[in-house]
Design a protein around this ligand. Structure first.
Ligand code: AMP
Ligand code: ZN
Length: 449
């Protein structure tokens, strides 16, 4: 069976062929450590984790690199607001990020390079770009000339005709949009706003632009050509387009064979983002009584190329579904067999551009199949990809019987059958469990005696 990925570069589903047989070099754009990530960011990192797990399931050895952006416009701005040295400020959020990865069962990358530890390599790249006339110096920095790179736009489809004429043809900021196709900053000369954040280099006193950071870290850790590079779709332009331009202009070889981009997590139809203020952090989700793995389950139910609208109601139903699944799984006996038929079906789903939602359906089909053999070992195999810790014993286990009653009661409530709903609540209470009704559905708790 062959693994296929949708490649943003070619706009096609393609058979995955690594450069070196059996080995995969993957780079994931990682967090900018200026704040706590929101759960939308985590959707993107779970996506990267699923790629890695699928590749490993298929027998590949994976070298995964996820960068830590610890110097850019945002980290400098916010460390100053908090009156903290940049390093102390970014290390605090990096630590928090690593703890969240553990909670979400995101397999750690083999290497987490930091931008501030890759400055030497960035300077070398910029020097070559200057020598090859892809870059030019101005009074405020060194810029990449997008016109010079003939295939600029090949990833995102932006048109160089939109390039602004004249001096405004440049952008110094790290983030900008499609309407502003521009020459972008590789190196920003020091201004007093940068405070104590600068490097004295051959290029002059200053700091790198965001885009060159990823090119430098990717090349340093993985070489000139990578198998896979990922991010969310907002990274497509300008970030990834610029990464291609810089890297290919320096090395004269293809930078990345497979580009994969994940869709957004939405709230009320809008992208979850810090700027809109419509975000949840993992901690807030936990404070509401949900676990990181319940959130993970919710993310697994939607294909990465589809937008996912986040609601507490969805999360609540993911919680209930995952609890049911765990209860079923924990009662399975190991018959020392594997179910080849179901494993094959599962593999077919994950092979098809990471169709995890379908793979979950295969799991449920197996769970419900009364005659299937080898459930225990087969589900254990599948969970290597899902990463849901299905076989881990929990402290409090809600029995199936209670869950069924709760579901019945939810139905009664939907039908506004309050009498039946109250009767069912009494029954649940008598069995030693209590319910807390919320907008998004009921939360079940075991009474402490
Ligand atoms: P940042 O730390 O701001 O660089 O963002 C980290 C990653 O999360 C980037 O790859 C973003 O594209 C991605 N991201 C930001 N907002 C969302 C969202 N609402 N849904 C999914 N991914 C997102
Ligand atoms: Zn990046």
């Amino acid at each position: 069976m062959t693994l296929k990925f949708f490649n943003t570069l070619t706009k096609k589903k393609e058979i995955f062929k690594p450069i070196e047989k059996g080995k995969v070099k993957m780079y994931n754009c990682g967090p900018t450590v200026y704040n706590y990530p929101h759960i939308g960011n985590y959707r993107t990192y779970i996506f990267a984790d699923l790629i890695k797990r699928v590749l490993k399931f298929k027998g590949f050895e994976v070298l995964q690199v996820m960068n830590i952006t610890d110097v850019d416009d945002k980290t400098i701005r916010d460390s100053q607001k908090q009156n903290k040295p940049l390093k102390e400020f970014t290390e605090f959020y990096t630590k928090g990020f690593m703890q969240d990865l553990d909670k979400l069962n995101i397999d750690k990358a083999e290497i987490f390079p930091k931008a501030t530890e890759t400055i030497k390599e960035m300077v070398e790249i910029i020097k070559i770009l200057l020598n090859k006339s892809y870059a030019y110096k101005t009074d405020d920095g060194i810029y990449f000339s997008v016109k010079k790179f003939k295939s600029y736009g090949k990833l995102s489809g932006v048109d160089l005709k939109n390039l602004k004429a004249g001096a405004s043809n440049r952008v110094g900021a790290d983030e900008y949009d499609k309407e502003n196709v521009s020459d972008f900053a590789l190196w920003k000369f020091y201004t007093k706003e940068d405070g104590d954040v600068f490097w004295n280099t051959e290029l002059g006193k200053g700091r790198p632009g965001w885009h060159i950071e990823c090119s430098a870290m990717a090349m340093k850790m993985l070489g000139k050509t990578l198998d896979i590079h990922t991010g969310a779709i907002d990274n497509l332009f300008p970030h990834h387009e610029n990464e291609i331009a810089q890297s290919e202009a320096v090395n004269d070889v293809k930078f990345v064979n497979y580009w994969l981009h994940a869709e957004y997590l939405l709230v009320d139809g809008k992208k979850m983002s810090k700027s809109l203020g419509n975000f949840y952090r993992l901690k807030e989700i936990e404070d509401k009584g949900y676990t990181a793995l319940e959130l993970r389950y919710l993310f697994l139910t939607t294909h990465y190329k589809q937008k996912l609208n986040f609601t507490l109601k969805n999360l609540n139903s993911a919680k209930n579904t995952l609890e049911r699944l765990k209860n079923i799984v924990l009662e399975l006996k190991d018959d020392d067999k594997e179910n080849k038929k179901y494993l094959k079906e599962f593999e077919k789903a994950i092979d098809d551009d990471l169709n995890i939602p379908n793979a979950l359906q295969v799991l449920w089909k197996l769970v419900r199949d009364k005659n299937a053999e080898g459930k225990y070992k087969t589900i254990k195999e599948m969970d290597k990809v899902f990463g849901l810790d299905l076989f881990k014993q929990e402290k409090i286990k809600i029995p199936n019987e209670i869950q069924k009653l709760v579901e019945e009661r939810e139905k009664a409530r939907e039908n506004k059958d309050w009498k039946k709903s109250d009767e069912l609540r009494d029954k649940i209470n008598k069995l030693g469990y209590s319910l807390e009704d919320r907008k998004e559905g009921a939360i079940i708790k075991k009474d402490v005696t």
